[in-house]
Design a protein. Structure first.
Ligand code: HEM
Length: 518
């Protein structure tokens, strides 16, 4: 039952202005801080200030705290009344609300703008995703970012039940007949623009490491199994992983070789009795590795590469690697010591592993780009709000031309990146897999290169707008700190900016006409 709030006049509140008897008004509500003052993270002194104690502290409160502080149950308890005749002005958003801050949503979600790409099913999916992310995934993500723990099994279960694992693998037969996000979209009509929506909403968790540790590893590790494993292994593993019963990750990179997959050293040799393969070697930076039950492994077979599915078994060990985006991502160092696996766990043809691995890169880069561009937009929203509510020398920050210049740069880069992303998603919808490989490897490489470059620039501007708060893991600037700290993951994972730029130009050269001169 909602707590009964007592009516107050401002004069009555003003009587409670000393240690042990301390009220303040925030957004028309009266808070009793008498006992809380000595526990206040900002110290009791600031609350006893003559301009705060017994007074309206709305402006100073929102200069120091994020709105969500007031929504926490432990602080809600401090709310005892409301000023008679006054109403709350600052709105608490509902879980599936769109932001009304300019540029905080992509244009297709902004009233008055039209879109050639999105249909009703994209809108229904976006709404259902926003609610699910806000209510279920983001709170877990924020907690795990702080405590470094793996994503909660209950959240992973709910994601699987809603078909999120299926959707994150992109369009295809695996979605047919599936109920997705309570029926928001039919599996048969799910396309890459739906997938874009799923990934962009997921990014709103504001927890970069958590999202990678929360089945990001499945998105990159499962395609070789889906596309190349033999039955019955294929269906068994796909079902276990998509239904959330088991976790799977991609184990390709090594301390010896990163983007250069042809330089891997981990080796697989046939067992002497012909009963299977023996794998020896190491893998590094394996996202989700610490928690995974299955590893999709690239190993040398003679002078070539072959892909294997390795279950967690004797000889498989994982060790946590501490990266700058936190241990919740489950990043690990993996060792294989005489690991024996059966013949049927070879994925795709022997010695053709490079093709099996490379086949998935376009999709991985598309997924990363969707999220990268959404982080940039999140930074835009945070900065627009902060610059409007933060006062410096009696004026809001936004009154400074230099701040407006930074915001202009952030907004234009984000809008251009989103337009590029949507165009690529549309092209993907029009092409089959073969055409995508032929025509889109270069453009998708450029897309990811552009997305991570603009994110870095946007994050740099955002930090300068937030100042010291942008360097602080808690409080007002915590999303900006996190976006800035983790931006290089987008620039490196799935192919570095340099590799992708080179790839894009080399792909373009394949289509260069020989009969043209300046
Ligand atoms: C309902 C009343 C209040 C609650 C529940 C509250 C709660 C908090 C919390 C949780 C923090 C830690 C910052 C964070 O991580 O978000 C904090 C910091 C702080 N609070 Fe409050 N606070 C209240 C009222 C006020 C008021 C009226 C002032 C007025 C000056 C104030 C000044 C500060 C300051 C200066 C900090 C440190 C900010 C920083 O580190 O940047 N607080 N408060």
């Amino acid at each position: 039952m909602a707590k009964q709030l007592k009516p107050f006049t401002r004069d009555e509140v003003a009587q409670h202005n000393k240690q042990g008897d301390l009220y303040v008004i925030i957004d028309s509500y009266v808070y009793d801080l008498s006992k809380f003052a000595r526990l206040h993270p900002g110290g009791p002194g600031v609350l006893l200030d003559a301009d705060v104690a017994g007074k309206d502290a709305t402006t100073v409160f929102f200069a120091m705290h994020r709105h969500e502080v007031l929504l926490k149950p432990q602080y809600q308890r401090l709310k005892i009344g409301q000023i008679t005749g006054e109403k709350q002005k600052i709105r608490t958003p509902q879980a599936d609300d769109l932001s009304r801050v300019p540029y905080a949503e992509p244009m297709w979600l902004t009233p008055s703008f039209k879109t050639p790409y999105y249909k009703d099913s994209h809108r229904a999916l976006q709404k259902a995703m926003r609610k699910f992310i806000t209510e279920v995934v983001a709170p877990d993500g924020q907690a795990c970012e702080e405590n470094g723990k793996r994503p909660s099994p209950d959240v992973l279960r709910q994601m699987a039940e809603n078909g999120m694992n299926h959707m994150r693998m992109g369009p295809g037969a695996h979605l047919h007949g599936k109920v997705l996000m309570g029926g928001a979209v039919k599996g048969e009509e799910f396309d890459y623009l739906h997938e874009l929506v799923v990934n962009q909403e997921l990014a709103l968790c504001g927890a970069r490491g958590y999202i990678d540790g929360c089945q990001g590893h499945m998105v990159i590790g499962l395609p070789p199994i889906m596309n190349y494993a033999k039955e019955p292994l294929r269906t068994k593993v796909m079902t276990e992983v998509l239904e959330g019963e088991k976790l799977l990750c991609l184990a390709i990179t090594e301390a010896f070789a990163g983007s250069d997959v042809a330089g891997l050293r981990c080796r697989a040799v046939r067992a002497e009795d012909g009963s299977g393969w023996i794998i020896n070697g190491t893998k590094k930076w394996i996202t989700g590795g610490t928690n995974s039950d299955y590893f999709t492994v690239g190993a040398r077979t003679g002078d070539h590469l072959t892909v294997f599915l390795v279950p967690r078994c004797e000889g498989v060990n994982t060790k946590q690697i501490k990266t700058s985006y936190g241990t919740t991502a489950g990043t690990s160092y993996v060792t294989f010591d005489n690991v024996k696996i059966p013949n049927e766990n070879m994925i795709g043809p022997e010695n053709d592993g490079l093709r099996v691995i490379l086949a998935n890169f376009n999709h991985e880069r598309f997924m990363i780009s969707c999220q990268t561009v959404r982080y940039a937009r999140k930074a835009v929203e945070e900065c627009l709000l902060w610059a409007s509510q933060r006062s410096v020398s009696g004026k809001p920050l936004i009154a400074q031309p230099v701040i407006r210049q930074k915001l202009a740069s952030m907004i234009t880069k984000t809008e251009a990146a989103q337009a590029f992303l949507e165009n690529i998603a549309y092209q993907m919808c029009q092409m089959d897999y073969k055409e995508q490989s032929k025509y889109l490897a270069g453009p998708i490489g450029f897309l990811k290169l552009n997305s991570s470059k603009i994110l870095a620039e946007v994050a740099d501007d955002a930090i300068m707008i937030f100042g010291g708060r942008g360097l602080t893991k808690t409080g007002m600037g915590r999303f900006i700190e996190q976006i800035h700290r983790t931006r290089k993951f987008d620039a490196i994972l799935g192919g570095t900016e340099e590799v992708l730029g080179d790839l894009g130009v080399r792909q373009a050269m394949k289509h260069m006409p020989e009969d043209q001169r300046l």
